[in-house]
Ligand binder design. Structure first.
Ligand code: TA6
Length: 279
């Protein structure tokens, strides 16, 4: 375990083909880079690195709710608490696999659940969030999301592909329900959309960095696409005013109407595989 920014403990992973960094705070993957390529993930240069404050960028782990909640931290408490690193191994195929667990004591509601997170660093970045209802008699209802920030060369020469025909709630227009008309989404203003009932792989094409990024997922019915654009960027103290030009969030989870209810003893597995290739 190393000492990272802000003195927070973190793990650095070196494989023959890639590097990764994961902070115990939020089991937060802050860096993943294939050798010879630009980093895959965006991390704000203004991000805080203090206990109890969400890191801005990388892959925030969102649980057990998505978005705002009166009197409680936005996007839940998983990303602002320290997780335990419970396992680390290099497997014969070359990946390094880290396993994290979130102590149940962080939940003020007293709900009985177990949350594990498996991070696989190799040719691709594999993430798996496993929630288990450890109550003997009560159902457990929650939302989850891997809120991934991707680095792009220029948002103006980036497109998001794979969501044509999918219904979404448009947060920019008071959560109006819409249907995606475009096979290729270009971003030229604030975009904040929760696409539901979609299991599709999403592709980003980055003409400036000359690469495509694939977001494959399993156990996820929702995809969120977010770019704060100019005004919202200025409102975030942990995000540079111009940084909207270098990032887009394509998030995989189960949000809003796609929430999950687990019966006692049941588990859910949210899996994402992030990969990039030259255009
Ligand atoms: O995923 C999009 C979103 O819900 C936006 O509405 C914006 O709030 C973003 O998440 C970041 O939220 P945060 O709590 O990390 O500032």
């Amino acid at each position: 375990m190393l000492t990272g920014q802000g003195g927070l403990p973190m793990a650095r992973v070196e494989t023959p083909v890639s590097t990764g960094e994961i902070y115990l705070q939020g089991a937060h993957v802050t860096h993943f880079q294939s050798k010879g390529e630009a980093p895959l993930l965006f991390l704000s240069r203004e991000s805080k690195f203090t206990a109890g404050a969400a890191i801005r960028g990388g892959v925030p782990v969102i649980f057990p709710w998505f978005g705002a909640k009166d009197g409680a931290p936005a996007h839940g408490f998983a990303r602002i608490n320290a997780w335990d690193l419970v396992g680390a191994e290099m497997v014969p195929t070359g990946e390094t696999i880290l396993r994290f667990k979130l102590p149940g004591t962080v939940d003020p509601s007293g709900a009985e659940w177990m949350l594990e997170y498996i991070v696989s660093v190799g040719e691709t970045l594999g993430l798996e969030l496993v929630a288990t209802n450890s109550s003997g008699q009560k159902d457990f209802t929650f939302e989850n999301c891997l809120h991934t920030y991707f680095l792009v060369g220029d948002i103006n020469s980036t497109s998001v592909i794979g969501l044509k025909g999918v219904k979404y709630r448009d947060k920019v227009e008071n959560f109006a329900e819409k249907t995606e008309a475009n096979p290729t989404i270009r971003i030229s203003g604030e975009v904040d959309r929760v696409y539901t009932d979609t299991t599709a792989t999403v592709e980003m094409r980055d003409d400036k960095l000359r690469r495509r990024i694939l977001v494959e997922k399993a156990g996820s019915a929702s995809t969120v696409v977010w770019n704060p654009w100019i005004a919202k960027s200025k409102q975030m103290s942990d995000f540079g005013d111009e940084e909207y030009l270098q990032m887009v969030c394509v998030e995989s989870g189960n949000v809003g109407k796609n929430w999950i209810t687990l019966k006692p003893g049941e588990s859910s597995r949210l899996k994402v595989k992030l990969a990039s290739a030259r255009l």
